[in-house]
Design a protein around this ligand. Structure first.
Ligand SMILES: Cc1cc2nc3c(=O)[nH]c(=O)nc-3n(C[C@H](O)[C@H](O)[C@H](O)COP(=O)(O)O)c2cc1C
Length: 269
């Protein structure tokens, strides 16, 4: 958690993903041969540390004084692009899971792109105290499910991954078949073809052979199937505890730590 929260705290740039990851930045990171600690990353981003690679020659030998004099005085500091995650909500029960994922990602300063199905809006209204408009306000960008021209529908749009939470059996079936007639199934399809992280919080019970087959084959295609099954060993005092634990484990899959739940540390003494 510390690592990701730290990045997010220091990186508030509003530049685009491509603008931030300049070739200059990439070159600096690739050439840097010193161990890259969290502290050095902080100081680098705060402008108090210059990576050795900025002044080192590619061969590793010390630069001549002439070479040093010819170095530009002002060196652009590298910035890490803000991470981007697509969040899709569908009409399976468990709207609160999607809402809590959005809240956690906002806290971790992850750029979110939200798509909601019609039945997600219905379950949000029925199951929670939120209005869909309040949920949309939690995201950085909201895309209409029928907008097949939205940026996230293309593999050329850089996103770190996607979570469908909750994921209905209908949307699972669409992803399984590659039938991309809405923005959720299309974006999930893009994640699979681009070999990016796709987490499906598939919710139904009991499960038919069709559901199980779809889950197995989508998993084989690269998705992670994450049924929102509670961990009873946490001895939850409330439903909220169970939701927080599930959301925490979902975001673990993106190397993000919500810090909102206790991890298993072995039997308590
Ligand atoms: C209150 C409520 C709960 C539902 N729960 C589930 C569920 O847990 N799993 C599921 O696959 N469908 C569930 N459905 C049915 C889906 O909403 C329905 O199949 C819908 O077509 C899904 O479309 P979508 O994936 O585009 O949101 C539920 C519907 C309602 C009204």
């Amino acid at each position: 958690m510390v690592c990701n929260a730290s990045w997010s705290q220091v990186n508030h740039s509003s530049l685009s993903y491509h603008q931030q990851l300049t070739s200059h930045t990439k070159a600096q990171l690739e050439l840097n041969t010193t161990p890259f600690t969290i502290n050095s990353m902080f100081s680098l981003l705060q402008g108090t540390h210059t990576p050795s690679s900025v002044h080192a020659s590619p061969s590793g030998s010390p630069p001549s004084s002439t070479a040093m004099e010819s170095q530009p005085q002002h060196v652009t500091q590298p910035t890490r692009p803000r991470r981007r995650i697509v969040v899709a909500m569908t009409g399976a029960t468990g709207a609160i899971l999607g809402i809590k994922v959005l809240i956690a990602l906002r806290r971790l300063n992850i750029e979110t792109h939200l798509v909601m199905s019609k039945w997600a809006e219905a379950t949000i209204k029925y199951e929670t105290d939120y209005h869909p408009s309040n949920v949309k306000a939690l995201a950085d960008h909201v895309h209409n499910i029928n907008d097949m021209a939205a940026p996230i529908s293309s593999g050329s749009f850089k996103a770190d991954g996607m979570i469908v939470v909750p994921c209905s059996m209908k949307t699972l079936a669409a992803i399984h078949s590659g039938f991309c007639d809405d923005l959720i199934s299309r974006t999930a399809d893009v994640m699979l073809k681009e070999r990016r992280k796709l987490v499906l919080v598939a919710r139904e019970t009991p499960l038919s052979d069709i559901h199980l087959r779809n889950m197995l084959e989508v998993s084989r295609a690269g998705a992670v199937i994450f049924p929102p099954v509670p961990a009873y060993y946490i001895r939850a005092a409330s439903v909220e505890d169970l939701v927080d634990q599930s959301v925490g484990r979902m975001l673990d899959l993106f190397d993000l730590d919500t810090g909102d739940f206790s991890r298993w540390e072995g039997w308590e003494k």
